[in-house]
Design a protein around this ligand. Structure first.
Ligand SMILES: *Cc1c(COP(=O)(O)O)cnc(C)c1O
Length: 398
């Protein structure tokens, strides 16, 4: 094992702080390390593996499409992209979509789209458009996106920051209204914050946000890269509030845990403004990615993953809330997306994750104090019971 750790330490920049375990195989909710030890995955590649590892139907499509046509070029049409975009638009009740690869690229696409709309439709003077974002946001790692992060580690030494963004407190509708100027083109926000430690806004906030955006002719763009596609117990995170956003950003689970597939899906008034040459991506919309994503979306329905997430998430949340442990500060969650916040002076989330690892469960702390639980949505009730038992022993015995 040390061999692989050494190789990564020698040849890779140390931008992560991984648990000392070397994985080599996965199936369903289970992962195996190089010694053959088995672990239940409660992280799912930060919610990218909703369908579980090595799903046979996804693998079948992957192999079939890889052998047929994988990556031609957007210089030509292909027989997978159109059907994929249609499926995405119907599912999200949007009009048009731009396919990309990573979440950050889809966020960048949303930013470009918002500015384009700002200049062409809202008539904001060129180079003056502003986008409002929320404190604690996580939208990816590009230079522009980290410019409006509130996390010092993400942006320090990577400046100069891209101008044109304003940060307001999360879940504060009044702050949004105060921050809007005639030059504001969009409010870009996660309906619930993931990397910030599973922060669930109070009921009614998003609805209020929607009304404020409509009133001031500001686009409401929701980053559903992590919350989308069933993670929170609804198909989209914003459906907990039944709002009608102008655009949504999808990624992570869209690739079925096999490929990076993302998209910005939006209203026609925004995406119809693009003309050839304005945007692009070598790999975005390639037939291999589109075929896998189509199957991933189809399986969400066939396997009832959204309802499973809601039912099993509520089940686990209820059990966790009954725990009596002095270490627990708060338990938050929606669907199979739960954060256990511990008191920093009494417990270390990292240490708890290390103890979970010894017991055969993989989870990762976020912000030192929150243990995030986000298993593949195919997890079974008895597996959840087992995870809960381990957590109970760790949290109650300490
Ligand atoms: C992970 C994430 C992203 C970035 O996705 P990448 O594929 O890592 O670029 C953007 N927004 C949210 C909400 C995310 O959780």
């Amino acid at each position: 094992m040390d061999h692989f750790l050494e190789l990564e330490k020698t040849y890779g920049a140390q931008v992560y702080h991984p648990l000392p375990i070397v994985l080599s195989r996965g199936k369903g909710v289970w992962l195996w390390d190089i010694h053959g030890k088995k672990y239940l995955d409660m992280l799912s590649a930060y919610s990218a593996v909703s369908h579980g590892y090595a799903h046979p139907k996804l693998l079948k499509v992957l192999k079939m499409q890889a052998g047929k046509l994988a990556v031609p070029s957007r210089a030509f049409y292909n027989d997978q992209m159109g059907p994929f975009l249609k499926q995405l638009c119907e599912l999200s009740q949007m009009d048009m979509a731009i396919p990309m690869n990573t979440g950050a690229e889809a966020v960048e696409t949303a930013i470009k789209s918002a500015r384009l709309w700002g200049y062409l439709a809202k008539k904001i003077p060129e180079n003056q458009a502003e986008i409002i974002v929320a404190e604690g946001n996580f939208h990816g790692r590009t230079t522009t996106i980290v410019s409006f992060s509130s996390e010092e580690d993400y942006k320090r030494h990577f400046g100069p920051p891209t101008p044109g963004f304003k940060i307001i407190p999360f879940a504060d509708a009044q702050a949004l209204e105060r921050a809007i100027t005639p030059y504001t083109c969009a409010f870009l926000v996660e309906p619930m914050q993931g990397e910030a430690g599973i922060r669930i806004p109070p009921k009614g906030w998003l609805k209020e946000v929607e009304a404020i955006c409509k009133k001031h002719n500001v686009l409401l763009l929701l980053d559903e890269v992590q919350t989308g596609l069933g993670r929170t117990g609804k198909l989209f995170g914003f459906q907990h509030e039944s709002v009608d956003p102008d655009g949504i950003i999808l990624g992570k689970a869209l690739g079925g845990g096999l490929l990076p597939v993302s998209a910005f899906v939006a209203k026609k008034k925004i995406l119809s403004l693009f003309k050839p040459g304005m945007h692009g991506s070598t790999f975005g919309g390639n037939p291999l990615a589109c075929a896998v994503a189509r199957e991933a979306l189809r399986l969400l329905e066939e396997e009832d993953l959204v309802a499973r997430s809601e039912k099993l998430g509520n089940y686990l949340l209820k059990k966790l809330r009954k725990l009596e442990s002095p270490l627990i500060k708060e338990i938050r969650g929606k669907g199979l997306w739960i954060g256990i916040e511990v008191h920093p002076e009494r417990a270390s989330a990292r240490k708890i994750c290390e103890e979970l690892m010894r017991r055969g469960i993989l989870a990762k702390e976020t912000h030192h104090t929150v243990i995030r639980l986000a298993p593949p949505l195919v997890i079974k009730r008895k597996e959840i019971d087992w995870v809960f038992e381990q957590l109970r022993e760790i949290l109650e015995k300490s």
